[in-house]
Design a protein around this ligand. Structure first.
Ligand SMILES: Nc1ncnc2c1ncn2[C@@H]1O[C@H](COP(=O)(O)OP(=O)(O)OP(=O)(O)O)[C@@H](O)[C@H]1O
Ligand SMILES: [Mg+2]
Length: 220
């Protein structure tokens, strides 16, 4: 089952949520979890190096690649997560806007027996947009601000649910977001300094902060 995470504004917490969902899935299921990175920051939050080939190379390689080429890109991350890294973006993201290959990628991930989480990044395009649209669980990671809500209403994809990354005393709450977007808020994640510290230290998945674990346990 694929869970795609995406946002409409930079810095919303998409990568954090994707990594945390994969960490929880890796713990829960015997089959493990695959975390596919179409945005580029997953290795940094997991404390891994990011200098090998990845999904963008696969997308750009065309139809001639051997059938096991995708699985050979996987690298083992902490906490039992297998990571499909993005490869080096280097301005090539637009080139990877190859609709045919994006659909093949979505189809391959759809038949993977593991829980698959995809970081589709901010304002997804190309393969990231294809995945965000095709995934049975498509989560918009949203800070509760008016601008983000406006952008979410204009997004080319309708999410199946929202993960609200919020803090006490925000004027927009769960009900406002659900009323405006017409989809459920499936998790409310509080801003927690322990999360920022875990990200900065590259230990998010190996030492998943309690606040994330509690909020996301039933999200996907
Ligand atoms: N729940 C949280 N509590 C505290 N800080 C958080 C939380 N979620 C995210 N952050 C902080 O926000 C920063 C940005 O988060 P993240 O990289 O996940 O956002 P993003 O939406 O993926 O950003 P980008 O647009 O760069 O891809 C993190 O480095 C972290 O410091
Ligand atoms: Mg990100």
């Amino acid at each position: 089952m694929i869970t795609a995470c995406w946002s409409v504004k930079g810095g919303s917490g998409t990568t954090v949520i994707a990594a945390a969902l994969a960490a929880l899935a890796a713990r829960q299921g015997p089959g493990g979890a695959l975390l596919a990175d179409l945005a580029g920051d997953i290795p940094a939050v997991l404390g891994m190096s990011n200098d090998g080939p990845g999904l963008l190379d696969w997308l750009l390689a065309g139809d001639e690649v051997p059938s096991d080429a995708l699985s050979r890109l996987e690298i083992s991350g902490p906490g039992g997560i297998q990571v499909l890294p993005s490869g080096r973006l280097d301005g090539r993201a637009d080139e990877a806007d190859l609709q045919g290959r994006s659909e093949v990628l979505a189809a391959l991930l759809a038949v993977d027996p593991r829980q698959v989480v995809v970081d589709c990044g901010t304002q997804p395009t190309g393969a990231a947009l294809t995945l965000a649209a095709a995934a049975p669980i498509s989560l918009l990671v949203l800070r509760p601000c008016y601008l983000a809500l406006c952008k979410a209403l204009e997004a080319p994809v309708r999410p199946t649910g929202v993960v609200l990354v919020t803090e006490p005393d925000r004027s927009l709450g769960r009900r406002d977001v659900e009323d405006a977007l017409g989809v459920p808020v499936c998790a409310e994640v509080m801003i927690d300094p322990a999360v920022a510290r875990a990200v900065d230290a590259g230990v998010l998945s190996s030492r998943l902060p309690r606040s994330l674990e509690r909020a996301l346990r039933h999200a996907a």
